[in-house]
Ligand binder design. Structure first.
Ligand code: SF4
Length: 415
């Protein structure tokens, strides 16, 4: 999304009209920005390309360009398989896409982009690529080694976002905790957090995708110190059984992860911990699934997401036998999520009667939908608010929780 926003920003600066996912269908050129890290994402990308190619064949489009991860990874195959596409570009070829539009790459536009999100929140990509070697992960193949963006540039970008009305930024990177090691030779996420926290008008800063091994605890000092850094941490753990963690090359054991989450919770009481898991990695047995479920019961994570394992060529996991059938992977994922569903409901029920500062995201079917500091966009809980009074989208209100569901809350506005 951020890459699309940057491309759109560059095109607009070159006086070319750009719309994200134009609903009016009055455009003549389409750029499909693809994902390619797991099978489901690849299928979705290919279907989207084929839909656009079909429109081109029917004379509704002049050109179709394809960029992003799928294109980076499978350019030659795609060129041969879908010759109707006018050109394919890799993840680092933004200036070459612009050339197709006879547009210049404007370096002075650093951080300028056409937001695809509502005006009140935005993603801030603090680095690109990853130096880790997780056995299942194809991301480093497509995004390369870790490259941090300079700290001053990110602060400038955040200031620019606030000027546009952004109140919440979600810090993203393939691996957040590595920030700074390449360009400053030390981990700089705490420094970056404090500088961003000083940006006037920025009300919520949220952290996504922290790698657990050698987690730098001083990140938590910044979270405790600053009110506008959300008590929220997204830390993908992938599994809990030590044999699986070793096979996945995660450089951490279950015991170390347990110590880490305990230390994080002790340092930041009430922090919302989100994690993501993988079901069906090669060699996974039902015993491993049982261990993962027991780990979840013990850990009581606030938020959990799960992927089924995707056997990706070029990763070290590809040398293993993909021995868990697809259906079984799905069944395991569901079984694991059923455990979490109960935990999530219990945690949500504990919120009844409490009041939370809530950001109003949108109005849908006559009700307002918002989020607390413990909920990120799209992946986490929503707060459903019934209000006869008009509520301002993109503003904060205090909401008293009246009802709890598995993954959502319901409440009313209080003064
Ligand atoms: S840390 Fe994340 S992006 Fe990096 S290799 Fe592991 S799973 Fe992939």
């Amino acid at each position: 999304m951020v890459d699309s926003e940057v491309l759109s920003g560059q095109l607009i600066a070159n006086e070319i009209d750009v719309v994200h996912e134009n609903k009016k269908s009055d455009h003549n050129i389409v750029v499909v920005n693809t994902c390619g890290f797991i099978e489901k994402a690849k299928e979705e990308s290919i279907n989207t390309i084929l839909d656009q190619v079909e429109l081109k064949k029917r004379g509704k489009l002049d050109k179709v360009y394809v960029t992003g991860c799928l294109s980076e990874r499978y350019k030659q195959n795609l060129e041969a398989e879908i010759p109707e596409v006018d050109a394919f570009f890799g993840t680092m070829e933004l200036p070459m896409i612009l050339k197709q539009f006879e547009a210049d790459y404007k370096t002075e536009l650093i951080g300028e982009r056409l937001l695809a999100t509502p005006q009140h929140y935005a993603y801030l990509k603090i680095s690109e690529g990853c130096n880790r070697t997780c056995a299942f992960c194809a991301i480093p193949l497509m995004r390369g080694q870790h490259v941090s963006k300079p700290l001053d540039e990110l602060v400038k970008e955040a200031e620019g976002l606030v000027k546009k009305g952004v109140k919440e930024i979600m810090l993203i990177a393939q691996e957040l905790t590595y920030y700074g090691l390449d360009i400053y030779k030390k981990r700089m996420l705490p420094d970056l957090l404090r500088r961003l926290s000083d940006v006037k008008g920025l009300e919520w800063i949220r952290l996504h995708y922290a790698y657990p091994s050698k987690f730098p605890m001083d990140i938590l000092d910044a979270i405790v110190e600053r009110d506008n850094i959300c008590n929220y941490l997204d830390m993908p753990l992938q599994h809990a059984a030590n044999n699986m963690l070793a096979a996945m090359k995660r450089q951490i054991t279950r015991e170390e992860m347990e110590d880490l989450t305990a230390a994080i919770r002790q340092k930041v009481p009430g922090i919302c911990l989100r994690t993501t898991l993988i079901a069906g990695f090669p060699g996974e047995t039902q015993d491993d699934v049982e261990e993962l479920k027991e780990f979840l019961v013990k850990q009581r994570f606030d938020r959990v997401g799960i992927f089924t394992y995707s056997h990706e060529e070029g990763t070290s996991g590809f040398a293993l036998t993909d021995d868990v059938p697809e259906e079984e992977k799905e069944r395991r994922a569901q079984e694991i999520m059923e455990v979490q569903q109960e935990i999530s409901l219990e945690l949500n029920q504990e919120k009844i009667g409490k009041t939370f500062k809530t950001l109003i995201d949108k109005k849908e079917a006559g009700r307002y939908l918002g989020r607390t500091e413990f909920d990120s966009v799209e992946v986490d809980n929503e707060v459903v608010i019934h209000s006869k009074k008009k509520l301002p989208i993109g503003e904060f209100v205090n909401v008293k929780i009246t009802k709890a569901y598995d993954y959502d809350l319901e409440g009313e506005v209080v003064d």
